[in-house]
Design a protein around this ligand. Structure first.
Ligand code: T4K
Length: 371
């Protein structure tokens, strides 16, 4: 194996031209409006809704606060069925709302919540389902909606990985009651830190906007115990700038994913996820799955080897959320309840993918895996 000269991380934010950013900062300096629904916030909200193809969007300081607020907005209580195969923030948002997470297993193809397992986990206390479009592959939105309708449950998607994803030209964010985005530095689209909630009517947007601003509905009126989760003007201006370059950045991700897939397809013991038909992928991550027997090394052995050669993949998502101390005592956390997720979490490595990663470097990463 050849050691790369510089460390290659799982991701790196695409930076917009510095001079364009400085111009926007000068405008903020002149405006002296730094937060609280300023001019850049208003413009960004509108341009983002247009870009994503959604009717109502509310900007947030980060995705975790957006998830927490989404649950408050729909007054979710009791139990919520969710996936153990995600970033901890998905379940933490329930915990912060005093809601009991109930883990259901994932399906083996795209690693999203298995609707049949969701249905089996419903109890009289269940009020909502919180699936994740993991790695940007849409969850089974039609079947999950049917289940939600049958049992009178709310459906809140953690769409942190699903920026720009569409099913047959319709934004994935138009499904369910609410969808929550993350614009963290490590995401396909970033505002340094940031996030958003997408909803489908003006009244819900109004409530979300009140909740993220302490519950203020006017100078002296507070309608609910809200929080401070507002996006500031620097984030919003940076977001506007990022929007100009997003299509090119997604196209670069796509060509990297295609190269990985084409080159790794026939490596014994390495499996990739195929693109879903009718979905325009935006490739937030490139996960591979290592079958120890067929590959000749375990996932962790490959992970450590790659690190020695300056290639810092990440085991997203290992361990399962259900294995963290706060959650492992729950009945639904038992590995026998989650056989697919329990297997997959031991096999996954996400390989580096970001717009500025050169094809030469990708080929070196591939060579290091092929050995
Ligand atoms: N739901 C889901 C499904 C999520 O995946 C996430 C976040 C959320 C909800 C919550 O949304 P936010 O509240 O974060 O908006 C990272 C991110 O912090 C997190 O946003 C993300 N998911 C998660 C999957 O990954 P870490 O702790 O693994 O990140 P870190 O700091 O190790 O960064 C990974 C690599 O990226 C580094 O090795 C180097 C590179 N990097 C990172 C940063 C921050 C850069 O090159 N530049 C940077 O500025 O959590």
């Amino acid at each position: 194996m050849e050691k790369l000269n510089n460390p290659i991380y799982v991701t790196q934010p695409a930076m917009p031209p510095l001079d364009e950013f400085v111009d926007l900062m000068k405008q903020i300096w002149d405006n002296r409006i730094l937060s609280n629904n300023g001019p850049f916030h208003k413009r960004f909200e509108q341009e983002l809704a247009d870009y994503l193809g959604v009717n109502y969007i509310s900007l947030f300081a980060n995705g975790t606060l957006a998830l927490m607020t989404a649950l408050q907005a729909l007054r979710i209580t009791g139990e919520v069925i969710t996936t153990p195969y995600s970033f901890v923030a998905t379940t933490h948002s329930l915990w912060w709302n005093n809601i009991k997470p109930v883990f259901a297993d994932i399906e083996p193809k795209y690693l999203n919540l298995d609707p049949e397992k969701v249905e089996a986990a419903i109890t009289p206390q269940t009020t909502a389902i919180m699936p994740v479009h993991v790695y940007g592959n849409p969850a089974d939105v039609e079947r999950l909606q049917q289940i939600a309708d049958t049992y009178g449950l709310k459906l809140i998607y953690d769409a942190a990985h699903a920026f720009g994803v569409k099913i047959k030209d319709n934004s994935i964010l138009n499904y369910g009651d609410l969808s929550v985005l993350s614009f963290h530095a490590t995401k396909v689209f970033n505002t340094i830190e940031g996030g958003a909630i997408v909803c489908h009517d003006e009244k819900t947007k109004q409530r979300i906007d009140y909740l993220k601003n302490f519950g203020f509905a006017g100078e002296t009126t507070v309608i609910a115990p809200g929080i401070n989760a507002k996006m500031n003007e620097v984030q919003a201006a940076y977001g506007l700038l990022q929007l100009k370059y997003i299509d090119g950045n997604i196209a670069k991700r796509k060509s990297i994913a295609e190269l990985y897939r084409q080159q790794l397809m026939n490596v014994p013991g390495i499996r990739c996820i195929n693109d879903m038909q009718g979905v325009n992928h935006t490739y937030p991550y490139f996960p591979i799955f290592v079958d120890t027997k067929a590959y000749g090394k375990s996932r962790d052995e490959l992970y450590e080897e790659l690190k020695k050669h300056n290639i810092f993949g990440r085991r997203y998502f290992y361990p399962l959320i259900s294995q963290f101390p706060s959650y492992r005592g729950l009945n639904s956390s038992k590995p026998e309840n989650l056989p697919i997720a329990t297997g997959i979490t031991e096999e996954v490595i996400c390989l580096p993918i970001y717009p500025e990663l050169s094809m030469d470097l990708i080929l070196s990463i591939i060579d290091n895996i092929k050995i």
